[in-house]
Design a protein around this ligand. Structure first.
Ligand SMILES: *Cc1c(COP(=O)(O)O)cnc(C)c1O
Length: 413
């Protein structure tokens, strides 16, 4: 194979297989171009993207405003490190903190880094503000959480595939059932050293589990009552995905610490961030924490553009409307379906549960068939398929997608 010869899909797959670590199990499709709600494979076949890079591409593939901002900045200045100031970071920090309603932003790159940052801020706050004895702070997390892949974060995961043989694990986390307020208050009452409660407003990776109405409001109230920080991981649910700018907005909850990533850049660049008010963020002082790339001028410029697109194109409103339509169309199908048990979700973060056990290959086989029919989605856990298209999808496209999905499901009835 000559180096300049264009690869076909099988050759591209073989290269990854031979030279790349096998830390993913991708659907057998090789993408080489994207625009809006569509992606194309090497051979030129067009697909609807129903994963959006795990909700990083909420603004649609290769959004011209975001890509334009990136190219423009890349030709001027890419990286200074935080050893010096750059002329974009402050402007971005002002914009983003006003946008989300917090005093301060700490910029990072990936979601996992932002979660780590939030945990560090929370612990430091616990020792310096709440008065917990050093090294005794506990952070409460939920079963079936997904917060990323670092050693500390997998320490409080209960996914055996993500954890096994990566020990020893980081201490200081207490796991309780998701969507269970009694368990939450119990752990607060019985442990004087709880510093924070880290939660996803909807558990995305676990299979789009939407908690009961009022859960987040009451959890926040309990946090206030016991002087515990409420840490919202909105890396997947944030930035208009669920039909509100943030999923916590449905319950008018303001987290003490807000964690964002993924669509904060519209998927063109790794940009994440942690937001908090001064009385919390002030525990971080020079030298306490950092990142060579965090807050670089490209990231800052890209994030402003990505957030402007959300507002200008009313993507939260569109996700809300399209999501309602999607679930109602699928519910009509499910009434007479033996293969699908239910559809659930908010906005354009949805999932269907396949009527088969978790170890079965049915969900995977359905995703392969969906691919053949021109729509890309992936199982989350076992028998659950997540449907999360870019939020720029219009009604005509959505109906087209519903038809592809229902036609494919019929092959499995
Ligand atoms: C994807 C995700 C992360 C991790 O983000 P990375 O950029 O992959 O490190 C953290 N939390 C949630 C809820 C996510 O969905």
């Amino acid at each position: 194979m000559a180096v300049l010869e264009k690869l076909n899909s099988q050759q591209a797959i073989d290269l990854e297989d031979k030279y790349g670590a096998h830390n993913y199990h991708p659907l057998p499709v090789v993408l080489s171009r994207g625009e809006g709600v569509y992606v194309w494979d090497i051979e030129g076949k067009k697909y609807y993207d129903f994963l959006s890079a795990y909700s990083a591409v909420n603004q649609g593939h290769c959004h011209p405003k975001i890509v334009g901002a990136m190219i423009n900045q890349a030709q001027k200045l890419t990286l200074t490190s935080r050893a010096f100031y750059n002329d974009k970071l402050g402007e971005y920090e002002k914009f983003a903190t006003e946008y989300f309603g917090f005093d301060k932003l700490l910029p990072m790159n990936t979601g996992a880094e932002a979660v780590e940052t939030a945990l560090k801020i929370c612990r430091k706050w616990a020792y310096e503000k709440k008065g917990i004895i050093e090294n005794e702070a506990q952070i409460v997390v939920c079963e079936n959480n997904f917060h990323g892949r670092t050693t500390t974060i997998i320490s409080f995961s209960n996914d055996p595939v993500a954890r096994k043989n990566f020990g020893p694990y980081t201490k200081g986390f207490i796991k309780i059932e998701y969507d269970n307020l009694v368990a939450l208050e119990d752990v607060f009452v019985n442990n004087k050293n709880v510093a924070g409660f880290l939660v996803e407003p909807i558990q995305g990776e676990a299979g789009v589990y939407v908690p009961s109405e009022g859960y987040l409001t009451k959890a926040k109230e309990l946090c206030e009552k016991y002087n515990i920080l409420f840490l919202a991981d909105e890396v997947q649910t944030g930035i208009a995905r669920t039909g509100e700018l943030l999923a916590v907005n449905y319950e008018n909850v303001k987290p003490d610490i807000l964690i964002l990533g993924k669509a904060l850049s519209g998927g063109v660049y790794p940009v994440s961030g942690v937001f908090a008010d001064d009385h919390i963020m002030e525990v971080i002082k020079p030298g306490n924490h950092g990142s060579t790339f965090g807050g670089n001028p490209i990231a800052a410029t890209v994030a402003i553009a990505a957030l402007e697109v959300i507002r200008e194109e009313k993507l939260a409103e569109n996700a809300f409307e399209m999501g309602k339509l999607f679930r109602s169309e699928l519910n009509t199908y499910i009434e007479n379906s033996k293969i699908v048990n239910l559809v659930r979700g908010k906005g354009l973060l949805n999932a269907i549960v396949i009527n088969d056990d978790e170890e079965s290959e049915t969900a995977w086989d359905i995703c392969v068939a969906l691919k053949e029919n021109g729509l890309l989605a992936k199982p989350t856990h076992g028998n659950i398929i997540r449907f999360a298209p870019p939020l720029v999808m219009n009604k005509e496209q959505l109906i087209d997608c519903v038809n592809i999905i229902t036609r494919t499901l019929k092959e499995f009835e």
